[in-house]
Ligand binder design. Structure first.
Ligand code: DGY
Length: 328
């Protein structure tokens, strides 16, 4: 008999087909998330649960899963939606999708940097509204990107990808995180390790790539925004709650900083009041990894993790720092 695998949301056909060859699939192909009760119900029926970052996989869902549930395979690199400690207590593996989406997310981060500095969205709106009546010296003057200082907060795979691209733009790169990178990597990226305060004060672009943890929640609030240059931009494609969005709206209104581009929101998918009225803010619907190829690759990796668990092996991309890997 085939094992049952639950897929909580829309999943790329190529990965769904691969999954169906080995498993009975419970599939939510609607745009609506499953309720907590539905998640629990599907967990109880399944050997594996394929989840989105928007599914709250808490103790109740994991308890409902009981013994037959071997793995929660998250479709994304972040996994702050899962009660990992409880999963570990229950011997349920948790996997994510590292090392396959960082370049695509770094690309988007650069699109956001260039987009906000060169006022691409505003200019497009202006042009399509028929308001362009000829070249003008003061039309949409923005900030330069080349030759500026880039501050990367969180220099993991995505942050390093963003920093590496800065070499081609002749930028000075600063980075901050809880540990220093090996010297060789700093050299390759031409990046200098600095304190958070120094990074905020010195950078023309501050870009966030930390996971959401107790330490990074509201890492950027009114105090940090006030430390930034009035000509600087904040770029955010990590997890919404790393930034205090109310403080950001205020800083953008008061021109404390020049602009911001957000791919994630504090209360995602809800926007904070005042956001849509700001011209110096780009808003994107969490599309960091959304290239066709990358979203397929991520999904295929999710399926590989599920198959590993079903085969009694340790899933190939178990989340980091899994304590004392148990026998499969
Ligand atoms: C992730 O992987 O965590 C992203 O936010 C979704 O691509």
């Amino acid at each position: 008999m085939k094992p049952t695998v639950a897929v909580t949301h829309i999943f790329p056909p190529v990965a769904l087909e691969k999954l169906k060859r080995r498993a009975e699939v419970l599939y939510n192909d609607s745009e609506n998330s499953l309720t907590a009760a539905q998640l629990g119900d599907w967990a109880a029926k399944s050997a594996a649960l394929i989840s989105y970052l928007t599914d709250k996989i808490d103790a109740a869902v994991l308890d409902a899963g009981g013994d037959p549930l071997k793995i929660v395979a998250n479709y994304g690199a972040g996994y702050n939606n899962i009660d990992v400690a409880h999963a570990q207590r229950k011997n349920i593996w948790v996997s994510n999708t590292p090392s396959v989406l960082h370049e695509t997310t770094a690309d988007l981060t650069w699109a956001m940097m260039l987009g906000i500095a060169r006022r691409i969205v505003e200019s497009d709106r202006f042009t399509r509204e028929g308001r362009f009546h000829g070249w003008q010296a003061d039309l949409f003057r923005g900030g330069d990107v080349h030759g500026q200082t880039l501050g990367v907060i969180g220099c993991g795979e995505i942050g390093a990808g963003v920093a590496r691209r800065a070499l081609g733009f002749d930028m000075r790169v600063l980075y901050h995180q809880h540990h220093r990178l090996p010297e060789a990597e700093e050299k390759t990226l031409n990046a200098r390790f600095v304190s958070l305060d120094e990074l905020l004060q010195e950078s023309d672009f501050v870009t966030l790539h930390v996971p959401l943890t107790d330490e990074t929640k509201y890492l950027i609030g009114a105090e940090q925004l006030a430390m930034m240059k009035p000509t600087a931009y904040l770029i955010h494609a990590a997890r919404g709650k790393v930034v205090d969005d109310k403080a950001l709206v205020k800083a953008l209104k008061n021109n404390t900083i020049a602009g911001a581009a957000l791919d994630v929101f504090e209360n995602e998918p809800a926007l904070t009041e005042g956001m849509t009225e700001l011209d110096n803010l780009i808003l994107l619907p969490h599309i960091g990894s959304a290239s066709v190829a990358t979203r397929d690759t991520m999904a295929l990796l999710v399926v590989d993790n599920v198959f590993d668990a079903l085969d009694g092996k340790i899933p190939r991309t178990l989340i980091p720092n899994w304590p004392g890997k148990r026998d499969a």
